[in-house]
Design a protein around this ligand. Structure first.
Ligand code: SF4
Length: 134
C-alpha cells in the first residue's frame, strides 16, 4: 500500500529545488518575500518536473509558508478560493433543484400559481433611497 508520505517522498526526490538556495523559497518568518526572491524561486519551479505534485501537496496541506509549485502563499490562497467557488458552482448546477429547473419542471407550489406575499401585493423592486449611490 502506498501512503501519502510515500508519494510525497517519491516526487520530492525529483524536485528541482533540492539544491537551490532555500532563502528563495522560504522568506524569514514574519516577513514577506522580496520580488527578487519570488522571481528566483519561480524560475526554479518553472523547470521542475514535479511542479503539479508540489502545488497539489501545498494546496491540500493548507497554509504552508513559501513558494510551492511555482506559486506564492498569496497566489495559492487565491487559487484555493477560486477552486472552492468552482466546487460550489458545480454542486449548485448538479443539485436536484437545479437539474429539475433545467429540465423545465417546476415546483408544485408554482404549478398551483403560488407567488410571494409581496408580489401578490404588487410590490416591485424598492426605489433607491435619497442620497444612495446608484
Ligand atoms: S515546484 Fe518548485 S518548490 Fe515545488 S518541488 Fe519543484 S522546484 Fe521545488
Amino acid at each position: 500500500m502506498t501512503t501519502a508520505a510515500d508519494h510525497r517522498a517519491e516526487w520530492w526526490s525529483l524536485a528541482a529545488c533540492q539544491h537551490a538556495d532555500p532563502d528563495l523559497f522560504f522568506p524569514v518568518p514574519g516577513t514577506r518575500p522580496s520580488r527578487a526572491q519570488l522571481l528566483g524561486a519561480k524560475a526554479v519551479c518553472a523547470g521542475c518536473p514535479v511542479r503539479p505534485d508540489c502545488l497539489r501537496y501545498a494546496l491540500v496541506a493548507g497554509p504552508v509558508q513559501g513558494v510551492w509549485g511555482g506559486l506564492s502563499e498569496d497566489e495559492r490562497r487565491l487559487l484555493r478560493q477560486r477552486e472552492a467557488k468552482a466546487r460550489v458552482r458545480t454542486a449548485r448546477r448538479s443539485s436536484p433543484i437545479a437539474l429539475t429547473r433545467r429540465a423545465g419542471a417546476t415546483t408544485p407550489a408554482r404549478r398551483a400559481g403560488a407567488t410571494t406575499p409581496a408580489r401578490r401585493a404588487g410590490a416591485t423592486t424598492p426605489a433607491p433611497r435619497a442620497g444612495a449611490n446608484v
